[in-house]
Design a protein around this ligand. Structure first.
Ligand SMILES: *[C@@H]1O[C@H](CO)[C@@H](O)[C@H](O)[C@H]1NC(C)=O
Length: 185
């Protein structure tokens, strides 16, 4: 009888230990601590004045290939098309006779000009402090910041199922740079 009681106690004890370990491994969502990364993503959404329905898309946009296989590379390609599309639309609406050469020159400026490029836009938003990279990668490198900046618009396009929505967020952020282009033609 004594042995049986001890046996039952040890089973109960083992079970209690097991559940407490399980509880630590999978804390309920409400008590999950908010990480600095999550807080940064909240702030970023306020800055760009766009709130993601699926915040996972923004997490991915802010994840460099050096950090994870689930990264922003493809989103960044889509984002670049979004930017080029919305800039083309603006410029051709203003001047249907713009030459393809001039249009392409704007795209080159958007990727490489020190003041108006995606890296400068990304820096202004502080993406270099948000993007997740491996320890060996410099998160301030222009290619890294640019990739994250573009990926943000790829992520919005998917979140909204709309290239136009993403283009509008880009024009809002890029604002000043665009005015310069609009004045050129
Ligand atoms: C990281 O990149 C930035 C921008 O190119 C540069 O200014 C900085 O010196 C780099 N930092 C390191 C540790 O290489």
């Amino acid at each position: 009888m004594f042995h049986l009681r001890q046996f039952i106690y040890s089973i109960l004890l083992a079970f209690a230990l097991y559940s407490s370990i399980q509880a630590q491994a999978n804390p309920p969502i409400s008590s999950r601590p908010t990480s600095p990364f999550s807080i940064a993503l909240e702030t970023l959404q306020n800055q760009i004045q766009y709130t993601f329905q699926d915040a996972e898309l923004l997490r991915r946009a802010m994840t460099h290939a050096s950090y994870s296989g689930e990264n922003n590379r493809a989103l960044s390609v889509l984002g670049e098309k979004v930017i080029e599309g919305s800039v083309s639309l603006q410029l051709l609406s203003k001047n249907i006779d713009i030459s393809p050469k001039d249009l392409n020159r704007v795209f080159v400026e958007l990727s490489s000009n020190v003041v108006t490029s995606c890296a400068a836009d990304g820096d202004r938003l502080g993406l270099q402090k948000i993007i997740r990279v491996s320890r060996k990668t410099n998160s301030s490198a222009p290619a890294v910041v640019c990739g994250a900046f573009r990926a943000m618009f790829g992520a919005i396009a998917i979140d909204k199922s709309s290239l136009d929505s993403a283009g509008k967020v880009f024009l809002n952020i890029h604002g000043k740079g665009m005015e310069k282009y609009m004045a050129m033609w």
